[in-house]
Design a protein around this ligand. Sequence first.
Ligand code: MN
Length: 129
Amino acid sequence: MTHRRAAHVEWKSAGADHFTGEVSFGPLHAPVDGSDLNVLGVRFAPGARSDWHSHPGGQVLYVVEGTARVQAEGEEVVIAGPGDAVHAADGVVHWHGAGPDAPMVHLSITHAATEWLPRKVTDEEYQGR
Ligand code: MN
């Protein structure tokens, strides 16, 4: 068993290649021993969000604090709060980020792969327009 204490989680900037605004990753569990389970804490500054992307095998987002905005292509923006879980199915194109007024932290549970589209989330998309 591995006990990764909070003080030893190395939070690092996600950079600007696939995100708008300030985003950082805290690796909680990396794939090991033939399993592709990947669990990250992801912290978004107010207004920050991912680019459009999908995950082979899907993704569960679990909101820990703040208010998340999540949108699947062709659907309305979903507002999710602490304790809420959002599932994006295998290959579904989507984005996620913080609301405009407060930071947001969610867990990301995936099979360790993200397929990024060369497509930023515009302010209009972010605002649900
Ligand atoms: Mn995702």
